[in-house]
Design a protein around this ligand. Structure first.
Ligand code: GCU
Length: 915
């Protein structure tokens, strides 16, 4: 392992991991080991530990202000019976109204469970293990207070030996509190203080009683397995692994022990082993033993290509050889390098990490998800061809890291220090800093054995709130202490964090600069990029701010500004609603915090953004925000409620949005051919471009069985231009041969109108059906100019300016500038109606000509003069002849910009316009 001068490369060797084992028949009691307790023996001896799942039989009530609940006499007969994992919250639904079934109550939930422990040898130790309780857990056993855990995402254990009734009934009581953090709240010093995700309350991961012998591996090391491994060196012929075991003597007398450490290959054969004598250990002592083992011809963990896993098995025996405890952890040997100029290297081989970010929730269940659901999520991730995952913004359950280990997916793991470190912009107070450090130690101790984890992230957008409120931000001290803690606790991994707001790279938004340090008149903000070993940039060019084309230059600037810093993109993404569509997502502005969110905009956003990212080899990777839609009570967007819909897959995992296939075509080697736009069935325009996402080199299109020809595909995109639909239903079919595999895809589109009637709503990204039931498609067939709205997209309905018109909505957007429309219609005579309103200029300030097929139809046109004022509708109608299948309408500014709000083109037959 070497860390050369900060200037250049970070290189690391690491590894170890986890695994569960056999289960005994009896419900609830796992003879061996439940989920990742790892207590299995290569020799198949009976497990020294008993793990009793505490999943069923809980009584639950969500209420605040209750007292005496921990007492045996408390009457919970009217409470509901629940199974753990459990949450009382439920959030996120289709539609624009919150579903009556939603429950977004943040407060206190009480759980009571009666249980009998398994039979055990005298002097056994009893540990209550909770894989996660949100957000604060207070635990009582038989009325005795065992303690409190502050943090919603990590496993914690209490030694219940003094309180337990080992031969009879026990009453376990848990109070879970997910109050919204604010000054004075119980959660005021528990991170996250805020975040764009909902904090589901409850015992939302597994709970168990673990019974060990008096001498056992440490159960109270920040919830870790008590056995940790690190590869000290990896050379082609040999690797040296150091295994650290923490042994605890809870017997009443000193103990002499034997600690056996073995490393087994995937087939179970032992490839290295050692035995060390320990003790005499005094009662209550914790002994830390280290043994170095050499593995000949190590088989490396090679990511998705070959995620090879060994296992480390530590067995604690008495000097008589009686097995007292055992822990099994998988081992993965690999080296990691982060080079500021060349990117990421796994075992010396360059990899551009193709990443996605994920939250841990599902519809209805919230965070109380199952292993099967995690497995499904990782199968979807692998199917898309991703090679890395950012498990955001907190510690996920063990199953997720195990799945990453065995699938070879590189993991960005993080603690939930999100948006701010205090409520007033000051530095973090001691209590919050201590909590962040605790959550970091839990993350590391519980997960350091996963070879998939490459980095510890210590924060996400920690100065976002200050940036948005133009307030002060002082996270430096906390970030520095977290970085140092992570490096001292686990010197084999780098630290990172995700930045939203570094000033020099600040995108300009409507509300002015997104960050402040150095921007006059705004509160001081700590420059933080560079505190961690690497940095990830969360940037949303072309969605929240700026333009697609700004992304690349911003990253180049960052690279220039931080030449020694390995950089990645830790978030980029755009929303997509499955029921909202656009004929051309470049037609008008999007409201990133509202509705609509046409699916096509997400496609365009990712096509452009990925194009910028893949051309920057200094990036060690990029993480799409987000693989799945997820719950957030601050989101009323697209066609959903309480859901952030930047996912490439729907919240219920049923629908893979088009963009999913864009990445599959670019990232996966599996043959991919996907026609884009299958949910935009009802089409307003007869002539349009057809797109497919594919990793084919060429693909063929037919429409209603008629050949449209083959086209070459590049960058995962195959395009057919100016395809004609027939009125009514159209079947589109694409075929291709990908590496000898014939693939095809098809979809149905319906042309609502006829090819000779075209109505366009300029500057509008989703179109409109007018009061007189005419369908105006979203802005299309234009070249030049800019699509805009009379109101900024994020202006709430009750504050919107209205145009004076019989149908104001038809005039609330426009194309402005110097532009033209080439509208494809069959040759013939047409009545053209152009609709105008003046959003801002005074009379004489905006004057322009309109030409059709080069002939002026409006000269020195001034809307205000024609309409009799600003924000007043005026239409101009004239007849024109379409030639070569199109009408070419030009808008040429004379003074200021030209402008049009809508265009209506209908054929004229026997001198009269058809409707
Ligand atoms: C941020 C943030 C995420 C959030 C995302 C978004 O960058 O880190 O938590 O969900 O932006 O706005 O969708």
């Amino acid at each position: 392992m070497c860390v050369s001068a900060r200037a250049t490369v970070f290189a690391f060797v690491v590894s170890i991991a986890t695994q569960a084992i056999a289960v005994s028949p009896g419900a609830g009691l796992l003879a061996v080991a439940g989920k990742d307790t790892g207590a299995a023996s290569p020799g198949g001896e009976a497990a020294p530990r008993a793990v009793m799942s505490l999943s069923t039989g809980w009584r639950f009530k969500q209420a605040s202000g209750l007292s005496g609940v921990e007492g045996a006499q408390f009457d919970d007969s009217q409470w509901s019976e629940v199974t753990v994992p459990h949450t009382w919250n439920r959030l996120g639904n289709e539609g624009t109204e919150r579903s009556p079934q939603s429950n977004s109550v943040q407060g206190t939930g009480w759980y009571r469970l009666r249980f009998k422990p398994p039979a055990a040898v005298p002097g056994s130790r009893y540990f209550l293990q909770f894989d996660a309780v949100s957000t604060i857990a207070d635990v009582w056993l038989n009325g005795r207070y065992l303690g409190r855990h502050e943090g919603a995402f990590a496993r914690f254990r209490f030694d219940a030996s003094a309180a337990i009734n080992s031969t009879g009934d026990n009453l376990l009581v848990v109070r879970a509190d997910n109050s919204r953090p604010q000054p004075g709240a119980a959660t005021q010093n528990v991170i996250p203080l805020s975040g764009d995700f909902f904090m589901f309350g409850g015992i939302y991961r597994s709970a168990a009683l673990i019974v060990t012998q008096p001498v056992h591996l440490d159960m109270l090391d920040f919830g870790g397995p008590g056995v940790y491994g690190r590869a000290l060196a990896i050379q082609p012929g040999t690797a040296t692994v150091q295994v650290t075991s923490r042994v605890v003597n809870n017997a009443s007398s000193p103990q002499r022990l034997r600690v056996e450490t073995a490393i087994t290959a995937a087939d179970g054969s032992v490839v290295a082993s050692s035995t060390a004598a320990a003790g005499p250990m005094t009662p209550g002592a914790v002994s830390v033993l280290q043994s170095n083992l050499d593995i000949a011809n190590p088989h490396l963990w090679q990511g998705v290509r070959d995620p090879y896993l060994y296992r480390t098995v530590v067995t604690v025996r008495s000097v008589q050889g009686v097995e007292l405890d055992r822990m099994t952890q998988p081992l993965g040997l690999r080296t990691l390098q982060f080079d500021p100029n060349k990117g990421f290297f796994l075992n010396g081989e360059h990899q551009y990490l193709k990443g996605v970010a994920m939250h841990q929730d599902r519809p209805v269940k919230g965070w109380a998800v199952s292993d099967q659901e995690d497995e499904e999520d990782f199968a979807i991730l692998a199917d898309m061809g991703a090679t890395a995952v950012r498990l955001a913004h907190y510690q996920h359950d063990q199953r997720s890291y195990e799945l990453a280990d065995s699938a070879g997916i590189v993991v960005w793991a993080e603690i939930p220090l999100v948006n701010k470190v205090s409520f007033d912009g000051s530095a973090a107070n001691a209590a919050l800093a201590a909590n962040a450090r605790q959550q970091l130690l839990e993350l590391i101790q519980q997960n350091r054995n996963h070879p998939s984890i490459a980095l510890w992230s210590i924060a996400n957008e920690v100065d976002l709130t200050a940036t948005q409120t133009q307030g002060p931000s002082r996270p430096t001290a906390l970030l520095k202490s977290l970085k140092e803690l992570a490096r001292s606790q686990d010197p084999d991994r780098l630290t990172t964090f995700a930045d939203c707001c570094e000033v020099a790279l600040a995108p300009r938004t409507a509300e002015g600069p997104r960050t402040a340090d150095g921007v006059p008149g705004t509160a001081p903000r700590d420059p933080i990029v560079g505190i961690a070993d690497t940095v990830g940039y969360n940037r949303y060019f072309g969605w929240y701010y700026g333009h697609f084309g700004d992304f690349g230059p911003m990253l180049d600037q960052a690279h220039e500004r931080h030449p020694q810093l390995p950089i990645c993109v830790s978030e980029y993404g755009a929303g997509a609603a499955l029921t909202q569509h656009s004929d051309d997502p470049t037609g008008g502005p999007i409201n990133p915090h509202g509705r609509p969110h046409p699916e096509e905009m997400q496609n365009l956003y990712h096509e452009r953004s990925w194009d910028a990212l893949r051309q920057r080899p200094y990036l060690w990777g990029a993480f799409i925000w987000n693989l799945f839609d997820f719950a957030s009570d601050s989101r009323q967007e697209g066609d959903l409620t309480d859901i952030n819909e930047k996912g490439l897959v729907s919240y219920d995992r049923r629908i893979r949005k088009d963009t999913f296939y864009f990445y599959r075509a670019n990232w996966s080697t599996q043959p991919t051919l996907h026609l884009v736009g299958r949910r935009h069935v009802d089409r307003p325009y007869a002539v349009l471009d057809v797109k497919a996402y594919s990793n084919a080199t060429r693909a063929n299109l037919t429409v209603n069985g008629t050949e449209q020809g083959a086209t070459s595909c590049s960058g995962g995109i195959c395009m057919w231009h100016a395809i004609h639909l027939q009125p009514g239903s159209n079947e589109l079919r694409v075929t291709a041969d990908i590496g000898g595999t014939a693939v095809s895809d098809s979809l149905q589109w319906t042309l609502a109108g006829t090819p000779s009637v075209v109505r366009i709503k300029a500057g509008d990204i989703s179109g409109y059906v007018s009061a007189d039931r005419q369908r105006y498609g979203s802005d299309m067939y234009f070249s030049g100019g800019e699509g805009k709205g009379v109101n900024r997209p994020d202006i709430p309905d009750d504050k919107r300016i209205e145009v004076a018109a019989s149908d104001p909505r038809l005039y609330d957007s426009f194309r402005e500038g110097e532009f033209s429309y080439r509208v494809p219609v069959p040759d013939g005579r047409y009545q053209v109606t152009l609709k105008f309103e003046e959003p801002a200029a005074a009379a004489g300030e905006r004057v322009f000509d309109v030409l059709v097929n080069g002939k002026a139809v409006l000269k020195r046109f001034d809307i205000v003069a024609a309409a009799g004022g600003k924000l007043r509708a005026v239409d101009k109608t004239f007849q024109a002849k379409a030639q070569e299948g199109a009408l070419f309408i030009e808008f040429r500014p004379v003074k200021g910009h030209a402008l049009v709000a809508a265009l209506s083109i209908v054929p004229v037959a026997d001198g009269r316009a058809s409707r």
